[in-house]
Design a binder for this molecule. Sequence first.
Ligand SMILES: C[S@@+](CC[C@H](N)C(=O)[O-])C[C@H]1O[C@@H](n2cnc3c(N)ncnc32)[C@H](O)[C@@H]1O
Ligand SMILES: [Zn+2]
Length: 280
Amino acid sequence: MITDALSAIADVLSCPHCGLALLVRGETLACASGHSFDVARQGYVSLLPSGARATTGDSAAMVAARSEFLARGHYGGVMDAVVASIPPGVSGRIADVAGGTGAYLAAVLDARPALAGVSLDLSPFAARRAARAHPRLASVVADVWRALPLRDDTVTHLLSIFGPRNADEFVRVLAAGGGLTVVTPSAAHLREIRGPLGMLSIEDNKSDRLATQLAAFRELSLTRVEYQTTMDHESLRNEVLMGPSAHHVTPAQLDERLDAIERQVRVTVSVEVRTFETAR
Ligand SMILES: C[S@@+](CC[C@H](N)C(=O)[O-])C[C@H]1O[C@@H](n2cnc3c(N)ncnc32)[C@H](O)[C@@H]1O
Ligand SMILES: [Zn+2]
């Protein structure tokens, strides 16, 4: 069944096989050359090009951990900053690239009622959650490293939150004057628990790399968001299991490390929220 959210955003979607516009045809999305895409029972549509395999998207366990973690509100300050980065009167289409469970985009759509949203993520498990995150949020399985299934010059604003970025594709899909919000972790992010829980460290040169990567954009603002939040063991476990560190620790090792630390830990959340506009 096609969802209202998918119908509302269909005008920005493109066929992953031939690049033509997708149109709602009955309960499917289809292009003029006859490629058609069924909507999954859970309300998302997969727009992967042929031959693509969803191998690097988050697993079901990672997505469940992320969903539980975000529901606890520890990243509420980050979400507020993301919402604040979107101009209040903005209308049109917003796409969250590597949008995960859709929690950030849902917060934006709540605060910006004239926007319709699409969350793109390679993980079908994330796409399932995102499809339920907000009535104006369409959920699409797509690969950031291939052509995004979005038409040229159609998107008003892009979000890229802790996810992989494809600058060339961002430039291609953004409309003239379109905006981009990028959230990256700072070196101090989760500093109290990285060592004790065996989490991967944050690369030092992240902001240099970002500037090079997004050279085609004009940076408009940089907001540093830093605060402390109290996490219990459940939140700490989810924080580890929802990210790449999950691949480097067994559940038994993680339990052992948690046993060695206090039941409630003050943890620093430290991120940089940047906004850009297309330089065209
Ligand atoms: C660290 S999570 C961030 C998710 C969300 N933005 C958030 O902050 O909650 C990274 C996300 O990127 C997705 N991902 C990884 N590789 C991807 C790719 N090649 N294309 C699209 N999404 C990808 C994962 O499935 C995961 O949902
Ligand atoms: Zn096609």
